[in-house]
Design a protein around this ligand. Structure first.
Ligand code: GDP
Length: 332
């Protein structure tokens, strides 16, 4: 679809780093209105040549681990080096609670007043394509607006981590120095996603943090490394005092250099772009399926029958798929 003149002007303003254009463009890509979706697609196609230059960092950790404090401290460190930073949030809590685990209002006070930083609150719910859809597109918009680093923040509850790891170049996991955390992380499978692990709040009990980091390092040796070119470092930091923050940035740069040298950096992005196509296709098919009239009529009964054990789920699913395809005249 060709881009509308107004949106082309919006794109130009965005590339020219105008803040209002940035907010407006992100609002457009976050919208679920069908006409906005079409405009957003045209806008993103238009912006595509201007994307891809930022380092995409995913950051996760349980509520209270210190994510916003860390991003504030880390972000100021980046700004001091002349870099521009955008922060986006993927907040998985909202569909259930209507609220936000990440809590947008008072976070990252210092950073949010900086000209070189942009902090986007979590998008409104009802996303097409599930967790993280809008954030991926918002990330591309930020790249077109010339940000050097984009942080995508999420909270440690599983699904959102996978989504965020699937859109970033590097995934950073914040941990608390309490015994047992590392085992919990292994169970949840989140550790496997991490490229860099940081024990935050090391100022509270430096010895406990050192012990926890040592134990986790040992445990990591038992996992198969995600990349043969990278050994996951386990660092210690204090988001409050700023200790160790520069080391985290150094580790991120080492990671990027190792990935670029081995070709994994480019390969990861290519793989992510391909996986994204499938993600959108699957979401689109599911949406069509669920909104189909014939399916809407049959689905409640089929679900009931499956729950009652009257008919096998496989048979019911096959019947529903047949209904959908017949109804859509796909089988002629
Ligand atoms: P989030 O829920 O992961 O975003 O965590 P917050 O950044 O809101 O931090 C939760 C609490 O831990 C706040 O009271 C912070 O001030 C505190 N906190 C965060 N990082 C540190 C740290 O490195 N040291 C100490 N002592 N407190 C911290």
């Amino acid at each position: 679809m060709a881009i509308a003149p107004d949106d082309a002007a919006l794109a130009a303003a965005l590339i020219g780093r105008q803040r209002r254009a940035l907010a407006k463009a992100i609002t457009l890509v976050e919208s679920t209105r069908p006409d906005h979706r079409l405009r957003a697609q045209a806008l993103l196609d238009h912006l595509l040549p201007h994307t891809g230059k930022a380092l995409r960092i995913g950051i996760s950790g349980v509520p209270g681990v210190g994510k916003s404090t860390f991003i504030e401290s880390f972000g100021m460190h980046l700004l001091e080096q002349g870099l521009r930073l955008a922060v986006l949030a993927v907040d998985p809590s909202s569909p259930l609670t209507g609220g936000s685990i990440l809590g947008d209002k008072t976070r990252m006070e210092r950073l949010s007043h900086q000209e070189a930083a942009y902090i986007r609150p979590s998008p409104a719910r009802g996303a097409l394509g599930g967790v993280g859809h809008q954030s991926r597109e918002a990330m591309l918009v930020c790249e077109a607006a010339g940000f050097d680093v984009v942080i995508v923040e999420t909270v440690g509850v599983g699904q959102s981590e996978t989504a965020v790891a699937g859109m970033c170049d590097v995934f950073l996991l914040l941990q608390l120095p309490n015994a047992g955390d590392e085992l919990q992380g292994i169970k949840k499978g989140i550790l496997e996603l991490a490229d860099i692990i940081v024990y935050n709040k090391a100022d509270l009990d430096p010895r406990a943090a050192a012990v926890a980091a040592g134990q986790l390092k040992a445990a990591l040796h038992m996992l198969r490394p995600a990349s043969p070119h990278w050994q996951v470092p386990v660092l210690q930091a204090s988001a409050s005092t700023g200790a160790g923050i520069a080391d985290v940035w150094a580790a991120l740069q080492r990671h990027k250099a190792a990935m670029q040298q081995s070709g994994d950096f480019e390969a990861r992005r290519r793989h992510q772009a391909q996986a994204w196509i499938w993600h959108i296709i699957e979401a689109g098919l599911q949406e069509r399926f669920r909104s189909d009239d014939a399916i809407r009529q049959q689905l409640p009964q089929a679900l009931q029958q499956a729950a009652d054990g009257e008919t096998s789920p496989a048979t019911l699913a096959a019947q529903l798929l047949d209904t959908f395809f017949d109804h859509r005249n796909f089988r002629k």
